[in-house]
Design a protein around this ligand. Structure first.
Ligand SMILES: *[C@@H]1O[C@H](CO)[C@@H](O)[C@H](O)[C@H]1NC(C)=O
Ligand SMILES: *[C@@H]1O[C@H](CO)[C@@H](O)[C@H](O)[C@H]1NC(C)=O
Ligand SMILES: *[C@@H]1O[C@H](CO)[C@@H](O)[C@H](O)[C@H]1NC(C)=O
Ligand SMILES: *[C@@H]1O[C@H](CO)[C@@H](O)[C@H](O)[C@H]1NC(C)=O
Length: 206
């Protein structure tokens, strides 16, 4: 009788113990998962926080310049090729991707040249240099009297415009899309074939 009752008591006691152990186990697992989550969140908000990529124009030079003026008919045949040295900086701890885009050459708000910028990837903390050649399509300005007088005066005001769409993503969880626009006003001096007065404006938009 005594033995039986003590066995029963032992069995009753064992069952809550098992429950308790399972609860502790679940609790620890939940805490570990929560901790991993918090660590990822903190990393995502600090070290790996996506930052904007920036595009900078390092220099612009003339690689080709040929002018022929037809004074009698006030027409100008001109070929200008500009070499634009750009660099795109990725300040992030992860790589950034950017889409196919274009660089434009403008004369008084009119597009007179275009060059493709093929899409690509920039590794973490790296700056990617890029050389683009923009060629003026003179046929669009053949009988533009303002252009004719700028060329005869020897100073042609032009503008280069690039727009880069970049994407930075961390574990597909923290994502940033950036559009960085670079617009440079410059003057091409015909007599000495130089680029002067270059003023660039940079804009980034998230
Ligand atoms: C500009 O280039 C075109 C085609 O490449 C050529 O026909 C023209 O003669 C060139 N103009 C000058 C002034 O060299
Ligand atoms: C980007 O341009 C390349 C050629 O320069 C082309 O093969 C590719 O399909 C383009 N990608 C997109 C997403 O348009
Ligand atoms: C771009 O051109 C400059 C000289 O104008 C050269 O030093 C540089 O290496 C070139 N960069 C690339 C990526 O071709
Ligand atoms: C080129 O000529 C323009 C005016 O004709 C002048 O302002 C500029 O300083 C010259 N540039 C160089 C590098 O000589």
């Amino acid at each position: 009788m005594d033995v039986e009752s003590s066995k029963a008591a032992a069995m009753k006691a064992a069952s809550p113990m098992k429950h308790k152990r399972r609860n502790v186990c679940l609790g620890v697992t939940a805490a570990v998962i929560l901790l991993i989550f918090v660590v990822l969140l903190i990393l995502g908000l600090t070290v790996f926080k996506p930052k904007q990529t920036t595009t900078t124009v390092d220099s612009t030079s003339i690689s080709d310049l040929k002018v022929s003026l037809d004074i009698a008919r006030m027409r100008v045949d001109i070929n200008i090729s500009l070499d634009v040295d750009l660099s795109i900086k990725n300040p992030n701890k992860v790589s950034a991707k950017y889409k196919n885009s274009s660089a434009f050459l403008n004369y008084k708000g009119q597009v007179v040249g275009e060059a493709p910028i093929p899409g690509g990837k920039i590794l973490a903390d790296k700056t990617k240099p890029m050389n683009i050649t923009l060629t003026l399509m003179a046929d669009r300005l053949l009988s533009d009297s303002q252009f004719f007088s700028d060329v005869t005066a020897g100073a042609i005001p032009l503008n280069t415009l690039t727009k880069i769409h970049a994407k930075v993503s961390l574990f597909n969880l923290f994502k940033v899309r950036v559009i960085s626009t670079t617009s440079c006003d410059l003057v091409v001096f015909v007599s000495n074939r130089t680029v002067g007065d270059q003023k660039c404006k940079y804009k980034t938009k998230l």
